[in-house]
Design a protein around this ligand. Sequence first.
Ligand SMILES: NC(=O)c1ccc[n+]([C@@H]2O[C@H](COP(=O)([O-])OP(=O)(O)OC[C@H]3O[C@@H](n4cnc5c(N)ncnc54)[C@H](O)[C@@H]3O)[C@@H](O)[C@H]2O)c1
Ligand SMILES: [Fe+2]
Length: 379
Amino acid sequence: MILNETSYFGPGSISSIVDEVKTRGFKKALVITDNALICFNIATKVLDILDSADLSYQVFDKVTPNPTIEVVQEGVEAFQQSGADYLIAIGGGSPQDTCKAVGIIVNNPEFSDVRSLEGGANTKNAAVPMIAVPTTAGTAAEVTINYVITDVQNRRKFVCYDPHAIPVVAIIDADMMVSMPASLKAATGVDALTHAIEGYITKGAWELTDMLHLKAIEMIGRSLRGSIQGIAQDADGMALGQYIAGMGFSNVGLGLVHGMAHPLGAFYGTPHGVANAVLLPHIMAYNADFTGEKYRDIALALGNNHAATLPIEDARQAAVEAVIQLNRDVNIPVRLRDIGMKLEDIDALAEAAMVDVCTGGNPRETNIEEIKALYEQLY
Ligand SMILES: NC(=O)c1ccc[n+]([C@@H]2O[C@H](COP(=O)([O-])OP(=O)(O)OC[C@H]3O[C@@H](n4cnc5c(N)ncnc54)[C@H](O)[C@@H]3O)[C@@H](O)[C@H]2O)c1
Ligand SMILES: [Fe+2]
C-alpha cells in the first residue's frame, strides 16, 4: 500500500500547512492552481495562511480542466524559474495532476516530453515534495499515485501511475470545497463513487482495499445528496469518503467506466465526473455477472437493506438501480448525446478506451466491438 506520509482532515485543517512546511524545512513553494480558484478567493484562503506565517511562494495558475501537456511544460518552467524547493497544489484533480507531473519531470528531466510518462514510467527519483489541498470532493488525486494528462494534438487523455508521484502531505478540509456549485459537487461526487465501485470490483481488489472501498461507497451514498443541499456534515462525509476511495483504488486500479470516460474528456472536453456518472450504471450492468457477491454488498452499502436476502441476480439489479436513483437525484444527464458525444467518433473512442490503462482492471474481459456497442447503446 502506498499512501501519503501525513494527512489532515476536517474543517479548518488547512491551517496545519504552516507546521508541515516548517517541520519539513521547506523554503519556497510553487503553488499550482487554476485561475478561477484565485478569482473566487478559494486558493487565496491558503495563500493568506502562508502570508501570515511569512512563508514564501510563487503562484502558477494556468491550469485548465483536463490539463494538457503544454500546461505541464509551462509549470516545469515556472518551477525552475521560481527557485522553489517544494510544491503546493490547490484545486480539483486538474491542478493536482498537473502538479504531480511537474514534480516528476523536475526531478526526472528525461521525461520532459510528458508523453513518455504514460502508464508506469520507470522514473528514478521521487517527485519534488508536494502538499496537496483538494477543493473538489471527487478525484482523490491528493492520495493517489495516478495523474491524467491530455494530449491535445493526438486527442488523447493518458493515465500515468508512479509511486514517486504521491503527495507527501494531503490536507482534506471541507471548507475548501463548500464553494463548489451543485453541478460540480454532483459530478465530482459521482466520480468518487465510481472510484469506490470500480475499485471494489477491479481485478486486483483484495481484503484491505475491499474494506476501504465499501466504506467509501457507504459514506458517499449517504452524504452526496446532503452535501449538494449544503449540509456541513455531509460535505465533510464527502471529503473523507472520496479520500478513502482514493486510498483504495490508487493501490489496485479501476475499470471500464474510467477507460471509456477518458476518451470523452479528450474528444469533447467533457468534465471527468460527468462522463463517469453517465457511464457508471450501464457498465455496472455489463460487468454484473463477473462480480460474485460484491453487488449485494454495494446495494446494502447504498441503503437497500432487502438486498441481504435477495437472489444474487436481483441483488445485482438493486445495486445498479441504487446508482441510477442517485444519478437522478443529483441531476446527472442520462445519455451520452446529452454530453456532446458524436456517433461518427465511435470507432476512435472505442479504440482509445480499449488501450486506456484503467480498462485492464475491469473484471469482465472486453473488446473493441463490445465497447463500441456500449457507446452506441448509451448514445
Ligand atoms: N489523479 C487521479 O487519481 C485522478 C482521479 C480521477 C480523475 N482525475 C482527473 O482529474 C480531473 C478532474 O478533476 P475535478 O473533477 O476535481 O475538476 P477540475 O480540477 O478539472 O476542476 C473543474 C472546475 O471546477 C472549478 N473548481 C474546483 N474547485 C472548486 C471550488 N471549491 N469551488 C468552485 N469551483 C471549483 C475549477 O476552477 C474548474 O473550473 C480530470 O482531468 C480527471 O481525469 C485524476
Ligand atoms: Fe475518476
